[in-house]
Write a protein that binds this ligand. Structure first.
Ligand code: ADP
Ligand code: F6P
Length: 321
C-alpha cells in the first residue's frame, strides 16, 4: 500500500524531547509528500476525533521545548473494546494509513492491540523518562530527566555539607530505578534505593552512625518513588540514628525542561526512522538505539521486561562514596 497520510500521537507520561520527535515525524513525512495528522491527547484524541493536519510551520521552534505540543493523556477508555472500535472508526474515516506512537510501554500495548485486533499499522517511538522500554539503550527524555535530578542533587549537596545534614531525595520511577541509579552515581551520593534491588536498612543506618563517629555527617540518599517514600526513609533514619534529616521530592520537575542534546538528537533520529518504516510497509515495530545504532524490534519485545544491570552500578556508587 502506498502511504499517503499518517497520524502521530504522544501518550502516557510526557517526556522532554517528545516535541523534537513530533517535529522529526512531521518534517520527514512531508519531505516524502506524506500528510501528517496530529492526534491531540494520545488515544483519547483518537476516540474523540481531536485531530489536526500538521504542516512544516506547525512544528517550527519546538525542538528545544519541553512537554508535547500534541498534549498527552492516560486514556482508560482505550483499554476497552468499544474505545478501540471507536478509535479505529476515526482512523479509517480520516484516511490515516499508519500511526507513529510516541510513549512508553503502555502506549506500545495500545499499538499492539490496534495492530493485532484491528489491523492498523503502528510504529512505536520510545518516549518516557523511565528508560524502561526494551530494545533501546535509551528512551527519549530519560537523559534530560537524569540531568534535572543531578542539577538538584548538586544544589542539595551545597546545603547538606554546609549544615551537616542527611538528605533523602526522592526521584521518579514507579517500577524503574534508572533515574535514581544514574543520578546517584553522577551526583556522588552516599546511597541509593531502587525497586529492582533489595535494600538493607540496618547496614545503611550502621554506616551512617560509623561515618558520623569519624566526622562524616552529611549524606545524600536517593530513593526511587516506587521503592519507598522519602518521608518514611528519613523518619526511620532519624528514629534509629537520632540524626537530623531533610526530605526533597523532585517529582514532576523531572518531566519538564529544555531537552538535552542527547535527547533531541535521539528523538530526531527515531521519529524519522518510524516514518521510514511506515513508508516501507512495516508494522508492529518499535524503533530504538543500541550502541548508537538504530535498532528495530517487535512491539511485543519492546514491552517485555527490560534487563537492567543494577548490582555493579550500585557497588560502584558505594565504593566511590
Ligand atoms: P506509558 O505509555 O508512558 O507507559 P501508560 O502506561 O499510562 O503510559 O499508557 C498510556 C495509555 O496507553 C493508557 O492510558 C491506555 O490508553 C493505553 N494502554 C496502556 N495499556 C494498554 C493495553 N494493554 N491495551 C490497550 N491500550 C493500552
Ligand atoms: O512514566 C513516567 C512517570 O513520570 C513515572 O516515573 C511516574 O511514576 C509516573 O509517570 C507519574 O505519573 P503521573 O504524572 O500520572 O503522576
Amino acid at each position: 500500500m502506498v502511504i499517503k497520510r499518517i497520524g502521530v500521537l504522544t501518550s502516557g507520561g510526557d517526556a522532554p524531547a517528545m516535541n523534537a520527535a513530533i517535529r522529526s515525524v512531521v518534517r520527514y513525512a512531508l519531505h516524502y509528500k506524506i500528510e501528517v495528522m496530529g492526534i491531540i491527547k494520545g488515544y483519547s484524541g483518537l476516540i474523540n476525533e481531536e485531530l489536526q493536519l500538521l504542516d512544516h510551520r506547525f512544528v517550527s521552534n519546538i525542538i528545544s521545548r519541553g512537554g508535547t505540543i500534541l498534549k498527552t493523556a492516560r486514556c482508560p477508555e482505550f483499554l476497552t473494546e468499544d474505545g478501540q472500535a471507536r478509535a479505529v472508526e476515526v482512523i479509517k474515516k480520516n484516511n490515516i494509513d499508519g500511526l507513529v506512537l510516541i510513549g512508553g510501554d503502555g502506549t506500545y500495548r495500545g499499538g499492539i492491540a490496534l495492530g493485532k485486533k484491528w489491523g492498523i499499522s503502528c510504529i512505536g517511538v520510545p518516549g518516557t523518562i523511565d528508560n524502561d522500554v526494551n530494545g533501546t539503550d535509551s528512551t527519549i527524555g530519560s537523559d534530560t530527566a537524569v540531568n534535572t535530578a543531578l542539577e538538584a542533587i548538586d544544589k542539595i549537596r551545597d546545603t547538606a555539607t554546609s549544615m551537616e545534614r542527611i538528605f533523602v531525595v526522592e526521584v521518579m520511577g514507579r517500577d524503574s530505578g534508572f533515574i535514581a541509579l544514574q543520578a546517584a552515581l553522577g551526583g556522588g551520593t552516599e546511597d541509593c534505593l531502587i525497586p529492582e534491588r533489595k535494600f538493607d536498612f540496618n547496614i545503611m543506618c550502621h554506616d551512617i552512625v560509623e561515618g558520623n563517629l569519624k566526622g562524616k555527617i552529611s549524606w545524600i540518599i536517593v530513593v526511587a518513588e516506587g521503592k519507598a517514600k522519602a518521608e518514611d526513609i528519613a523518619k526511620q533514619i532519624t528514629d534509629r540514628t537520632s540524626l537530623e534529616t531533610r526530605v526533597v521530592i523532585l517529582g514532576h520537575t523531572q518531566r519538564g525542561g529544555t531537552p538535552t542534546a542527547r535527547d533531541r538528537i535521539l528523538a530526531s533520529r527515531l521519529g524519522a526512522k518510524a516514518v521510514e518504516l511506515l513508508i516501507k510497509g512495516e508494522k508492529g515495530k518499535a524503533v530504538g538505539i543500541i550502541s548508537d545504532d538504530i535498532n528495530i524490534v517487535d512491539l511485543e519485545f519492546a514491552v517485555s521486561k527490560k534487563k537492567f544491570e543494577t548490582d555493579n552500578f550500585y557497588q560502584l556508587i558505594k565504593i566511590l562514596t
